[in-house]
Design a binder for this molecule. Structure first.
Ligand code: DON
Length: 558
């Protein structure tokens, strides 16, 4: 296989590295996804002799059909892979890129003011999709089954139709006004001008055709030929700037994951163009200087918030697409750097973000995106986070394609000091440039330690990193999969200088204590995240899977 050739060329270091992990196999396979039909797609492919990588392709494609508001062929994805046989781990980056005609100031008017809505609504908001290329890449390089076989469940779902869930109904209501402008969207979801409601059924004949083109012709079935032409024609007719060359030149990039060690637990997570791995490593390095388990709840939360504040500050200042910008990655990952950051944390006082300097300037724009975790019996693992950004992405489907486009351009920094849809600030490192990947927070992650392994991730925009952090800290202290997904969450992202938190995250005493230290506490109007976790206990061989109680996912231990 190609993978073996790459290994022989000595390009991959995982085997024999300090991060190589034991190679015994789990007793069963495990799947956790955000939708029962996606879990079943994975099960079908494992039963057909596929490995975790084939299952990941089947699940990702199925999610594109059953959760179209969250991810899909019109979007991007990150898949973190672990190959049991070799111990090799690789991050498959299928993030969207800016179109070739994009410019740094494309969302600003003549006087430099942001033009409202353009990064979020309609085809100008859409980056060039990466997910279809990623599916073909994973099937070809790592799968045992042909791409066409792994796409079968998705194609079947698209043809047979899918029931509208309550989540989808809510998303549709939220996006009705924008999506009226896309006739192909309206034909699917707004028949007679009225948004579908839960219990209705949607069939996706165009999407099925596009999936078939991908199944039959591999990546060229999407990035070339009639599908590419329809995509570009549809985008351009509605004011977008895609070209056929943008699609033809899209490339998946394989990257080395970011690894860090916290109290004996190895955290393997997303490298840039995600901020996830670096921010997790940095936060954990800061927290490693304290004995968190022995501290009071308020102390522990205070320190975690302060660590997050500092890591998100650096996210806004330094991070972007590694193929375009030079970033101080070694420094940000260094324990010595964390030592310096720790010195600036006062035990009894919140540090105002403004006092940390950086980028200076307000609730998240809906929730979308999706995550799944899968482990096969051979020990192969995949953590996949897939996205079209916010609910129903750009709300635009180029006619005849069935492909709902992302609005991931909003993840770029359109202007220093102007926050994006998740209130994240950024700098030149994340400015728009043709072909450049927008900075992400998506953090598909493995946790590895004496206990075994956890495979996790979640949607949630800027809050993804803090959610993964809290779950990692809990796992390190013995939490199981269910406890990890059920944890009450809190979050700080430097700006806005406030602690967002779910009801129940803090006791009344902790709340009072944190306020006294100067933290601005901002209760989240609703619970957030949709975490999917699979764990493998190395001692017992037990595999467990848990799906976030906030969502309607389903797990399988098979
Ligand atoms: O890549 C990112 O960080 C965002 N586009 C993810 C968006 C997301 O998770 C939306 N869900 N709430």
């Amino acid at each position: 296989m190609l993978l073996k050739a790459v290994l022989a060329a000595g390009l991959w270091l995982a085997a024999g590295s300090p991060f190589a992990v034991a190679r015994e196999s789990p007793a069963t396979s495990g799947i956790a996804t955000a939708h029962p039909l996606a879990t079943r797609a994975g099960e079908e492919i494992l039963a057909a002799g596929g490995n975790a990588f084939d299952a990941a392709v089947a699940i990702s494609a199925a999610l594109a059909v059953v959760e179209p508001f969250a991810s899909g062929l019109g979007g991007g994805a990150f898949w973190l892979l672990h190959e049991a046989e070799t111990g090799r781990q690789v991050f498959v980056d299928a993030r969207e890129v800016a179109p070739g005609a994009a410019t740094a100031d494309m969302y600003l008017d003549a006087s430099g003011r942001p033009k409202p809505g353009l990064t979020l609504n309609g085809p100008l908001a859409a980056g060039i999709p990466g997910e279809p290329a990623g599916l073909a890449h994973i099937a070809e390089r790592y799968g045992r089954l042909p791409l066409a076989r792994s796409l079968e469940p998705a194609i079947r779902y698209a043809e047979e139709g899918v029931d509208v869930t309550r989540g989808m109904e809510m998303g549709l209501r939220f996006r009705t006004e924008v999506t009226r402008n896309s006739p192909a969207f309206a034909a699917l979801y707004l028949p007679g001008g009225k948004a579908l409601v839960s219990g209705d059924r949607v069939r996706y004949p165009d999407l099925a055709r596009t999936l078939r083109a991908l199944a039959e012709r591999g990546r060229d079935g999407f990035y070339g030929g009639p599908v590419a032409r329809r995509l570009v024609d549809g985008v351009r007719a509605a004011g977008g700037i895609w070209s056929l060359a943008d699609l033809a030149t899209y490339r998946v990039v394989e990257r080395e994951p970011i690894r860090s060690v916290y109290r004996g637990m190895t955290v393997v997570s997303a490298p840039p163009p995600s901020a996830g791995g670096i921010a997790l490593a940095n936060t954990l390095n800061i927290l490693a200087g304290y004995d968190l388990a022995r501290l009071s709840g308020a102390d522990r939360r205070h320190l975690t918030i302060e660590a997050l504040r500092r890591a998100y500050r650096d996210r806004s200042l330094y991070l972007g697409d590694p193929d375009f910008v030079t970033m101080p990655v070694a420094r940000l990952l260094s324990p010595y750097y964390a030592d310096g950051q720790r010195v600036s944390i006062l035990p009894d006082r919140a540090t105002p973000s403004i006092a940390l300097s950086g980028i200076l300037p307000d609730p998240p724009a809906g929730t979308s995106t999706t995550h799944f975790s899968v482990l096969d019996k051979a020990g192969n693992r995949v953590a996949g986070t897939l996205s079209i950004n916010t609910w129903f992405g750009a709300g635009f489907i180029p006619p005849g394609t069935g492909v709902l486009l992302n609005n991931e351009m909003d993840d770029f920094t359109i202007k220093r000091g102007v926050p994006n849809g998740f209130d994240l600030l950024g700098a030149e490192a994340n400015a728009i440039a043709p072909g450049k990947r927008m900075l992400s927070s998506m953090s598909p992650t493995f946790l590895e330690g004496e206990r075994g392994v956890a495979i996790l991730g979640t949607p949630g925009g800027s809050r993804i990193i803090s959610m993964v952090l809290l779950a990692a800290l809990a796992w390190e202290e013995g939490a199981d999969a269910r406890e990890m997904v059920s944890l009450k969450r809190y979050h700080h992202q430097y700006f806005p200088d406030a602690v967002a938190y779910e009801s129940g995250a803090f006791s009344a005493d902790e709340e009072a204590d944190l306020r006294k230290r100067g933290h601005q506490l901002q209760p989240s109007p609703r619970a957030y995240g949709n975490m999917q976790v699979v764990t493998w206990d190395r001692a017992s061989g037990d595999v467990a899977a848990a799906s976030d109680p906030r969502g309607s996912g389903e797990v399988l231990v098979y």
